[in-house]
Design a protein around this ligand. Structure first.
Ligand code: SAM
Ligand code: SF4
Length: 339
């Protein structure tokens, strides 16, 4: 276990007074899927070279420094995180860091059936599985792989192994899967798991995003309310989703609305990319390199200083960046940032 003393005067505070408590760690930019709303054309893809990718030990070291600055919750993501061999070893390392209260993961579900047990044993708390369609042909069209049955088996296995919470994430895109909102909701309710709809963000690699394809949280509520009675629970401080409970008590619905109702004013998240860059906001264009100082022998104190400086400059948020909706020169696509 790495000894970590949280320095109360040294929290990850930015210019707006927001304090980061959650860390998303992308462990790879690689993926075996090629979702339309995420990856560039697979044939034109250039992955981050292996030698630039952080080892588990390097991730552990940076996570420990971040924990000493107040990070409490970690979510592992990618690319597809389960493409990293022995990911359970990283989970074990992260859950052993003092101050880290939970480690969860977001995955496309392809390797979940085979790995859920080991991940649970290693201390993974919950898992969020991305599921954008329940029709085989459409799933294949959206994700580039004919994988629906396998992903569904992965979700069942995660439930059987006791990972909690198990959630489902869906990106609803007009003209692609917006006619499946009720089916996806019903799928989640049958298993009493949470479903989250994320508004399509202009972080895709194919350049297909435009506002007309965004299905807003408001539209989703209108659709779901036609069939079910819903009670609003609101959005907890610093949470990404506003929650709705089904009045019959089966499952719940979350709406993540970065486009129509951004939640940046109390954002408490920072991101570490697989090549060791700290990113204080999904829409930031400045990537703060931590890998070079780390590999050049920086002390814990020096790394902490670099992180504090980077977080201080966190942008106000997507709601204050109107140009994002008109097309912008994004430095990376979602698969390389870690959603
Ligand atoms: N490969 C894993 C997966 O698909 O769950 C983890 C990485 S993925 C980048 C993380 C989340 O971002 C997924 O739920 C995915 O659906 C979502 N996502 C990807 N591109 C998006 C976009 N352009 N807008 C909104 N959500 C997006
Ligand atoms: Fe891969 Fe996840 Fe991006 Fe789909 S959303 S291409 S599964 S990283």
């Amino acid at each position: 276990m790495l000894p970590v003393e949280v320095q109360k005067d040294r929290l990850l505070r930015d210019r707006k007074g927001r304090v980061a408590r959650k860390l998303r760690i992308s462990v790879t930019d690689r993926c075996n899927f090629a979702c339309l709303f995420c990856m560039p054309d697979k044939d034109k893809m250039s992955w981050i070279p292996n030698e630039e990718i952080l080892s588990f030990e390097e991730i552990e070291r940076l996570a420990a420094v971040l924990a000493s600055l107040g990070i409490e919750k970690v979510r592992i993501t990618g690319g597809e995180p389960l493409l990293r061999r022995d990911l359970d070893k990283l989970v074990e390392k992260l859950t052993s860091i003092d101050g880290i209260r939970s480690v969860d993961m977001t995955t496309n579900g392809w390797h979940l059936e085979g790995k859920a047990g080991a991940l649970r044993k290693a201390g993974l708390r919950g898992v969020t599985v991305s599921l954008h369609s329940l029709r085989n042909d459409r799933f294949a069209k959206i994700s580039g792989v004919d994988a629906l049955p396998r992903v569904l088996r992965g979700i069942e296995k995660a439930l059987d192994e006791g990972l909690r919470p198990v959630k489902v994430n869906s990106v609803a895109i007009r003209g692609y899967n917006d006619d499946e909102i009720l089916d996806l909701v019903e799928y989640a309710r049958e298993r009493r798991i949470s479903i989250r709809f994320i508004e399509f963000m202009p972080l895709d690699g194919l350049g297909m995003w435009d506002y007309s394809k965004v299905v807003s949280g408001k539209e989703i509520i209108e659709t779901v309310s036609r069939r079910y009675s819903l009670a609003p629970e609101g959005r907890g401080t610093s949470e990404t989703s506003s929650l709705w409970k089904f009045e019959d008590g089966r499952g719940d619905l979350g709406l993540i609305t970065p486009m129509s109702e951004p939640f940046c004013d109390d954002c408490d998240r920072v991101r570490l990319t697989s090549d060791g860059k700290l990113l204080s906001c999904l829409f930031d264009t400045e990537y703060h390199d931590l890998r070079s100082p780390l590999r050049n022998g920086a002390t814990q104190e020096e790394l902490a200083d670099a992180i504090l400086k980077a977080v201080w400059k966190k942008p106000d948020g997507v709601g204050y960046m109107p140009w994002i909706k008109d097309g912008w020169a994004k430095p990376r696509n979602m698969n390389a940032i870690g959603g």
